[in-house]
Design a protein around this ligand. Structure first.
Ligand code: GCB
Length: 615
């Protein structure tokens, strides 16, 4: 059996075995939420998974009073119960558990979360969905003792419909088993250079819809339909609408009031295509992040959203935004608030992180190394920051295993489903620093194919590695043949030699495509000052950036973007120097105390210079 056959077989198996697959996502959940389940949740730490398995290590029966999805409340004083949710300790949702109590800092395993809520449907015919922004890594969700489903993957949303037979008007018992253990066949795998924050890390929402409703839609300008001007005339936008629970022929009304546009189509099942002629539209760009309100109505349901019209394309060695060459002045960032050493999850967090990027004069951010929360992407939409969004296919995952491919595909699908209407995202990345081999390249090409199949309006890339060579550093990873943009991480002057190595370094790519330097960086401990040859000093990092910038100025002419590693220091269990690291990767331009290091200003000056060149 060759690789493709193995994949086909595993997909068939998955279908026939009914592998827990989350339902199609309701787009823009925050605009529809009827009840937020954010807040304090009670919990049980369960490293042995006693709440899930019996003493023979078999999954407990649904009604087993000892199963932790049941309340643990005793029916009489003779009942034996060994769990319960009565104590006062709580965990905040959204949020990782690691930052909330020192006992969780290094914990990797199962925690049961429990929340009670009352809920009255507005009408008996309505439907109710339970939506999770993300749970890291695996979630089993139970309501009133019934299992709603399971989700695998720590950075993408999922939802379950709650059957009427399960939902109560009072005292609903919602329990989520969260497990963040690392596994070789997981995506990401056991080895990453970031903190494995566990928990219900993003918003939890209850959403009530009419019997049939607008589930999802897509609308964007047709590529090539614009020119370099900020206003396009007579442009054509194409898209589709998908209803849930509707019959064919149902009327769907699409309106963009600011453009005086209204259109009614008849629903033809699945994704029903439509197009709109836009007489005069202000284009969304980094310079002018113009958004329009859109409403899509069907039956009793109305979905509201904010979208931006823009095109993104590659022409020869350039990236064109709205038909005009753009240089990506970028920075990488993790979804983490350095000062509190926790996952970022809110609009305020997004505003802080992207605000720092804007202060650097960035027009681009690489969201590393997994899809970030939806607030981040929507905040970028409103600020005019272009984005690279990535799935955690990171380093050496189990490329030969078709189930791993399936897990990666699921995350890719969920990432694109959530964000396909966000104008800020211009690049989907299918992975980072994956080691070249025929098996890996076949795996990665499958992901590229899937990404294109799901969204042909954006660019596809992956962060590749470079093999350093004193004479010439050549970028020739075979995966580069499959992506629209070739992106490369290089650490000349940190992992390889000293920053002075940059002075004579030569670069070439075998691909006539746009080239992004998707990482480069050096560590420094904020506030530690010494001469520039002293590792870990701010001066070494500053010198590193100075040499990198000079080298970038002599890059081949397909160099179209730069996203150094990284905006802020971030926690990593791999970084164990007792003086300079103590569990932190120190390559941030901003320290974990929120102070800007000297190198911040070198990059800022470079970006000001690029902007002044009119690029
Ligand atoms: C890399 C990885 C990134 C690491 C970084 C480093 O190449 O892509 O995840 O954190 O290097 O600091 O070594």
């Amino acid at each position: 059996m060759n690789f493709t056959e193995a994949i086909a077989l595993s997909l068939c198996l998955a279908l026939s075995l009914g592998t827990a697959k989350a339902q199609n996502l309701l787009t823009n959940p925050h605009a529809r939420a009827t009840l937020s389940l954010n807040g304090e949740w009670q919990y049980i730490i369960d490293p042995y998974e006693t709440g899930f398995y019996d003493y023979r290590f078999k999954e407990k029966a649904e009604r087993d009073p000892g199963a932790y999805w049941n309340s643990g409340a005793a029916d009489s004083r003779t009942d034996l119960r060994e769990h319960g949710y009565d104590d006062q300790a709580t965990l905040r949702v959204p949020g990782d558990w690691n930052a909330q109590d020192p006992k969780f800092l290094y914990y990797e395993g199962t925690v049961w979360y429990k929340k009670d809520f009352d809920y009255q449907k507005k009408s008996a015919e309505n439907r109710v969905f339970l939506y999770f922004g993300a749970v890291n890594y695996q979630a089993e969700v139970y309501l009133n003792g019934k299992k709603l489903g399971r989700h695998i993957g720590g950075f993408t949303p999922f939802q379950f419909e709650i059957p009427d037979s399960v939902l109560q008007e009072q005292d609903n018992l919602l329990v989520v088993k969260v497990d963040n253990k690392r596994y070789k066949d997981a995506v990401p795998t056991v080895n990453t250079d970031w903190w494995n924050y566990g928990g219900i890390t993003r918003d939890v929402l209850l959403i009530e819809t009419p019997g049939f409703f607008v589930e999802d839609y897509f609308l964007q300008l047709k590529n090539g339909g614009t020119n370099a001007r900020p206003i396009a005339e007579n442009a054509e936008a194409a898209g589709w609408v998908e209803l849930n629970g509707a019959t064919k022929g149902e009327k769907v009304h699409i309106a963009i009031p600011e453009l005086n546009l209204e259109k009614t189509i008849a629903y033809a099942g699945e994704r029903t295509a439509f197009s709109l002629r836009l007489p005069e539209v202000e284009l969304w760009s980094d310079a002018n992040p113009k958004r329009y309100a859109i409403s899509i109505r069907a039956g009793q349901d109305e979905l509201n959203d904010q979208i931006g019209f823009r095109t993104i394309a590659v022409e020869g060695k350039q990236i064109l935004l709205n038909g005009k060459p753009v240089f990506l002045r970028g920075i990488c960032l993790h979804e983490e608030m350095p000062m509190e050493a926790r996952r970022a999850y809110s609009k305020e967090d997004a505003t802080t992180l992207l605000g720092w990027a804007a202060e650097l004069n960035c027009n681009f951010v690489r969201l590393a190394h997994y899809p970030h929360n939806e607030h981040m992407v929507r905040t970028a939409d409103s600020l005019g920051i272009l984005l690279w969004s990535e799935i955690p296919v990171y380093w050496t995952i189990d490329f030969g295993n078709p189930e791993v491919l399936e897990k990666a595909q699921a995350q890719l699908q969920e990432m694109i489903a959530r964000d396909r209407n966000r104008p800020s995202i211009i690049i989907w990345s299918v992975g980072n620093e994956t080691p070249v081999s025929p098996t890996r390249t076949a795996f990665m090409k499958e992901l590229v194919k899937t990404a294109r199949g799901l969204d042909d309006t954006r660019l596809i890339s992956a962060a590749l590695e470079v093999h350093y060579n004193r004479d010439k550093n050549t970028i020739d990873d075979p995966l580069g043949a499959a992506t629209d943009v070739v992106s490369v991480n290089e650490y000349l002057g940190w992992y390889v030699g000293l920053p002075s190595y940059c002075q004579t370094a030569q670069w070439e790519t075998v691909y006539d495509k746009p080239l992004i330097i998707s990482e480069t960086g050096a560590g420094s401990l904020g506030g530690f000052h010494a001469d520039s040859l002293t590792r870990w000093s701010e001066e070494y990092q500053e010198w590193f950036y100075e040499e990198q910038v000079k080298m970038m100025k002599r890059m081949p002419d397909n160099y179209t973007g730069f996203t150094p590693w990284i905006l802020t220091d971030f926690r990593s269990p791999k970084r164990n120097h007792p003086v300079y690291q103590e569990g932190w990767n120190r390559k941030g331009l901003i320290s974990n105390t929120g102070d800007k290091k000297k190198a911040f200003y070198v990059l800022q000056a470079y970006y000001n210079w690029i902007e002044a060149q009119g690029q």
